[in-house]
Design a protein around this ligand. Sequence first.
Ligand SMILES: Cc1cc2nc3c(=O)[nH]c(=O)nc-3n(C[C@H](O)[C@H](O)[C@H](O)COP(=O)(O)OP(=O)(O)OC[C@H]3O[C@@H](n4cnc5c(N)ncnc54)[C@H](O)[C@@H]3O)c2cc1C
Length: 600
Amino acid sequence: MNPYRAPIPEMQFVMTELAGLERVAALPGFEDATPDTVAVILEEAAKFAAEVLDPLNRVGDREGARLAGDGSVTTPTGFKDAYRQFCELGWNGLAKNPHFGGQGMPQLVAAAVDEMWNATNMAFELCPMLTAGAVEAIERNGSDVIKGRFLPKMVAGEWTGTMNLTEPQAGSDLAAVRTRAVPQGDGSYRLYGNKIFITYGEHDYTDNIIHLVLARTPDAPPGTKGISLFVVPKFLVNEEGSVGARNDVRCVSLEHKLGIHASPTAVLAFGDEGGAVGHLVGEENRGLEYMFVMMNQARFGVGMQGVGIADRAYQLASDYAQERVQGRAVGVAKDAPTGGIVGHPDVRRMLMTMRSCAEAGRALGYVTAAALDHAHHHPDPDTRKRELKFAELMIPIVKGWGTEVAQRVAYLGVQVHGGMGFIEETGAAQYARDARITTIYEGTTGIQANDLVGRKIVRDEGVALTAAIAQVRDTARALADGRDAALAAIGARLRAGADAFEDAGRFVLGNFRQDPRTVLAGAVPLLELAGTVFGGAQLARAAAIAASKLAAGQGDAGFMRAKIATARHFADHVLTLAPGLRDTVVVGGASVLALADEEV
Ligand SMILES: Cc1cc2nc3c(=O)[nH]c(=O)nc-3n(C[C@H](O)[C@H](O)[C@H](O)COP(=O)(O)OP(=O)(O)OC[C@H]3O[C@@H](n4cnc5c(N)ncnc54)[C@H](O)[C@@H]3O)c2cc1C
């Protein structure tokens, strides 16, 4: 397998031209994100990803994490050392608050760096990703005492964080959480219950693990309004910050999984020996609300897992297709040297689809990251509000569509390899297996689609959606009205996509309140339509910018031509699906609901 090559020119193009790095760097607090600094960060991250994380990916897959009889967990060979290096080099704190020891880089920069970790070793990246989620939950809602006690070590990576939501009866439906939290009268609580599927719930990277746990207090109202959030450290932390006694939380089992074998997925038992000491985060009964704020971040992070894995699967397939020889491609002169399978039109089709989908996912992800930066740092409150609305609309799409697409890309990667794709040696199969979880955790695709319909479109009465579609229309118009034939073709497809999306959005808004079942039957097709149109719009923007740079003789001409060709491929092979998706959303609900539950 060829080593990972971070697509730095492509990343920089998307960051600068599509996501507006310059405007992000002008926001208060981001003064250090100069083009030079960002270039160095990307180069250094690329080196760490290629030299340290990429070679460990297969090792992690083969060895997996192992549980010993005493409840301790050993990560695969090399992972602990890689984690130590990762923290020593400061990667854990890249985008975290300088007040707690972070470097305060924009989310946009972190998104590109995270893509590299995900491309090379998603199972490794899960640990810093979950820690980041826990840090955010504490930082936003915790008391100053809790922040001071836990955040500096978590930002440095000396302690890691976990998110404990899921229980056997409470997966997508967190209202069903049963873990109990009993107040002790001294401000602390004792927790009792079992959590399942907890990523990095136990490991050997660090001495302490800080679990964020959803639980119910004794008098809590039923349902979602009765859930609170607690910090439950593996080892208790004294007031002055020193580590004390072992807490009553133990790993009782590790799951055997389809992929991400190096990431320990733990069953945790709280309170088997008298109660696990927990500290309340924020106020009682507001845990789910806090978690949802944090979940935006985590869902975005999983979307970036999709981008990383799609790009790596594409690189692998592209390299293989150059080298593997199978007959002469049709139309190639008999006396010309026989090239790789890349010459066969269908192999090219697969590669171009992989490439264009990976690039669309990246562009959507980075543009959303920049919107989050504006939403949190812009001095003008109206701008902050507008950017937040846009980002919130995009997050279920980045997560839901981005990961569905990543899976298709990884599957195509197996197909490009032929029989060798099915054989573990090439690595293509591992990407397909690892990608499989991304559409499930942090809310399945169905849950993302419900979020898009219910919270982001209907509750908002279509305001954010209408504004976003108007932007797509502006892009389409600019391309379709120009004289460049390729751009005009992209613009026409994009306009048809915007029409389809607008029709589907109108159907959702017009029917949700009186017939939510029929509308939700088309929620995932609507999510697919959204990703197709918004992803296509970003590639179309890229094509227009590339064309103007080509005309002005700026930049690498080959790169610019490739941007146009990639956008055209997406327009002709993916955006063409938009009208069909619209029809499914509008008329497809009837067949979904035609049979009784017991007949399906
Ligand atoms: C490897 C791995 C790591 C994980 N890491 C963590 C972690 O660190 N912390 C944590 O708390 N959890 C974690 N999880 C749990 C994960 O978040 C849940 O598995 C996920 O939310 C789905 O819940 P479930 O498995 O109970 O599936 P279910 O909720 O039972 O869903 C089954 C099916 O029903 C559908 N469905 C359910 N409800 C609805 C609805 N309202 N509308 C439409 N469709 C619906 C789903 O889309 C899905 O297709 C992890 C899981 C795995 C496998």
